[in-house]
Each structure stands twice: as C-alpha cells, then as structure tokens.
Design a protein around this ligand. Structure first.
Ligand code: GLU
Length: 298
C-alpha cells in the first residue's frame, strides 16, 4: 500500500503556531512521499471540544494551502468501531473494568510506597485486574502485564531509537472512561488502522504515547505505522505552546509568513524568492524535507 499520512487535531481551539508545525510536517512528509494526506477531527473527548472549531481548523488549513485528499473523518461518529475493538480486547482478557477513583489510585500507590505521580499521570497499580465488576459506570483499562514485549522498543524517524516499559511508565491505561468516552489511545489506534495510515507525523509532546499505541496495535493485530515526532514550539513558560501559555491565533492573512515560521521550527529555511506563491513555497519545502529526511527525489 502507498503512503497515507494524517493530521489529527482535537477541536478544542483553533490552530495556533504550535499545532501548525505538526500539520505542516505531516503534509510535507505525505507530499514528499507522493502520498495521501488525511485530516481526522479528534473529537472523542466530547466535553473538551468547542463546537464550530472543526470548521475553523479546516478553513485555516485550506487558506495555508494544506489541502486534504479525502473527506475529514470525525471520531465522534466512530464509537461502534472503538467499542468493537474494546470487546475484542476484553474477550482476549486484555481489558478489564475498573471502578477506582483517583483517590483510590492514590491510596493504592501510597500502600506500595509510590506516591509520586510521574509527569502528573498516575501509574495505575492494577488494583481492579482481579475484580469482577458489572459493566455500567466503570472505566475500562488495558492489561499491560499480559504482553511479552516489555520494555517496548521502536524507532522514531527524527528522535531515533526509543524504548518504554509501559507497565512501569503508566500502568494499565484507560481505554474507556466512566463518562462513556473512549480514550485517545484506543481511538487513535483504531482510526490509524481503519484509515490505512502508514506514517504518523505529530508533535513531540505525544512521543511518549507511542509505546501504548504500539501495544494496542499488537494486541489487536493491527499494522504498525512508522512514527516521526516534530519539534515543539515553546510558550513563555518554556512549556509546549498552548492557549494557556500565550499561543496567539494563527495569522492567516499572511499565509506565507505564518507558514515560514512553522517551516523554520522544522529546520526548513524560507525560500530565497519572497515574492513566490504559497504553492511555490510549499513545493520548495517539500524538496528540503526530502533532503532533511533522506527521502528519494521525485
Ligand atoms: N489529537 C491529538 C492532538 O491534537 C493528536 C493526536 C495524534 O496525532 O496522534 O494533540
């Protein structure tokens, strides 16, 4: 199968200079491989989504010349696919229902002498692995102790060799929440497979989710795409740029300058001809991208 890439924004706000970097990188990589570029609206976490933002994001991409090859897919329409993946994992005894509150998890960790959450995320100690619960009003978790490939190793096209022991890093992670929403980890894996995605290009803040996603791909016997995580734009506080730390709205009235700022973060200098069209600039960056990542010329 040929190259299929995607940009998968969560419609919690319009694109900002940080999210544009991931969008541009995934578009450039798809074009550099003469592949398809898809947009998936990741509105699985419905309470966090802002109505209308999907249309704003699609309009911003279009003004910037980043045109998708297929109609955008919405995660909120795909619950049946996620449920059937969860059912398969449950049948294979790789998923189980969990009734622990955050307080329960903290108490269980304290008992084990492991109070400190890592990066704010609690390492779930598997309390409910052996419990038999009904299925209403519970969360569902993936069993990380049933997979043989821990620690998991993989290659990132930009970051190089990576590895993670998921059981130690996050523990049995959620697949479905108590409010009925499927989690990002499950949805992204099901969608990447269903959409035939061969290359995932996204921001480096998501790099440490990759091991969880590969575990799920293996458990569900799905193909494993290749991964490339792009540099982040940092906000005033040195953390990943977000609305909370000063991200300005994208200036789509100046598409060239806006794209050039994102390209610079990716290590691609602005083409010398400042008068060229957006399409001309994008084509020049596709060539530079091929050189940067040692891809064959067209
Ligand atoms: N929806 C995620 C985000 O906006 C991106 C997920 C992905 O590319 O895997 O941060």
């Amino acid at each position: 199968m040929g190259y299929r890439g995607r940009f998968a924004p969560s419609p919690t706000g319009p694109l900002h200079p940080g999210s544009l970097v991931a969008a541009l990188a995934s578009w450039l990589d798809a074009r550099a491989h003469a592949g398809q570029w898809l947009v998936r609206i990741e509105d699985v976490d419905t309470p966090r989504c802002v109505p209308g933002t999907d249309q704003t994001i699609l309009a911003q991409l279009s003004v910037l010349g980043l045109i998708h090859d297929e109609a955008p897919v919405y995660q909120s329409h795909r619950s049946a696919l996620y449920q059937s993946a969860l059912d398969r994992l449950t049948e294979g005894r790789l998923a189980y229902p969990c009734r622990c509150s955050r307080k329960d998890v903290l108490a269980a960790l304290a008992k084990l002498g492991q109070e400190r959450p890592r990066g704010g995320e609690l390492v779930y100690p598997g309390t409910c692995r052996k419990c038999v619960h009904g299925s209403a009003g519970v969360a569902w978790r993936f069993r990380t102790d049933r997979v043989d490939s821990l620690p998991l190793a993989w290659q990132d096209r930009r970051l190089g060799p990576q590895s993670q022991n998921v059981e130690q890093y996050v523990g049995d992670f959620p697949l479905k929440r108590t409010d009925g929403c499927f989690t990002y980890q499950l949805a992204v894996v099901v969608d990447d497979a269903t959409q035939g995605i061969t290359q995932v290009v996204r921001g480096e803040d998501l790099a440490d989710n990759t091991a969880r996603q590969i575990l799920l791909q293996r458990a569900l016997q799905l193909p494993e795409p290749a991964y490339l995580h792009t540099p982040l734009v940092l906000g005033d506080n040195g953390e990943k740029l977000s609305k909370q730390n000063g991200a300005q709205a994208l200036d789509t009235t100046q598409p060239m300058a806006t794209l050039a700022a994102a390209a610079k973060v990716l290590g691609l200098p602005a083409p010398p001809d400042k008068t060229g069209s957006v399409a001309g600039h994008l084509a020049a960056w596709v060539k530079q991208w091929r050189e940067l990542y040692n891809l064959p010329r067209d």
